[in-house]
Design a protein around this ligand. Sequence first.
Ligand SMILES: [Mg+2]
Length: 213
Amino acid sequence: MRPVLMFDYDGVIVDSLDYFLDSFLEACHEHGFHQMDSREAFLTIFDTNMYTGMVAAGIPEDQVYPVLISMGKKLEGRNRNGLFFPLMADTMNQLAQSCRVIVITSNLTPIVAESLHVNGVHCAEAVLGSDIEPSKVKKIRSVIGDANESPCYYIGDTVGDMVEGREGGAKTVAVAWGWHSAERLRTAAPDHMVHSPEELAALFRPIAALPPT
Ligand SMILES: [Mg+2]
């Protein structure tokens, strides 16, 4: 049984915090919201699901999507070259030789699919963005439901990812090179924590080599 590796995108595959933060704050300002004007306030949104975090920060529920649509337009116009973390393309392609690879993200499917393609990652079976379904929990559950009891992992870089991954039924892997620090991620008690793409590859080497059960 091939393990199923579900990857978050922002902060795991691409170094997108500054690029994302600028577009998000500009979009909030456009819609009259100024309560998240710091990096820390922004990062706090990701202690939970992004949508829940925005509402908790004082953005009315019916304004969340308009803000995100504005942000998406700004992101489309920005140069995304060079955002890939070094070694992540090679690591994902290498892992795909023994594991199934799926990307589950709050970003938009076409943006992520193009980024993977341009950077030489052709191994992802699917990219499931927030335009397909905003809840990572639902997407993770759906993948696990089709996984025929293969071991399933969610690989993320925020406390919210760990919470949603666990709620969705996956084993959680925290990467310490993303938006939330290792210290912050530890508060969510992930099943595994890795500090480099090499460590990520090493984590799954023995799991992938297990005989079918
Ligand atoms: Mg992330």
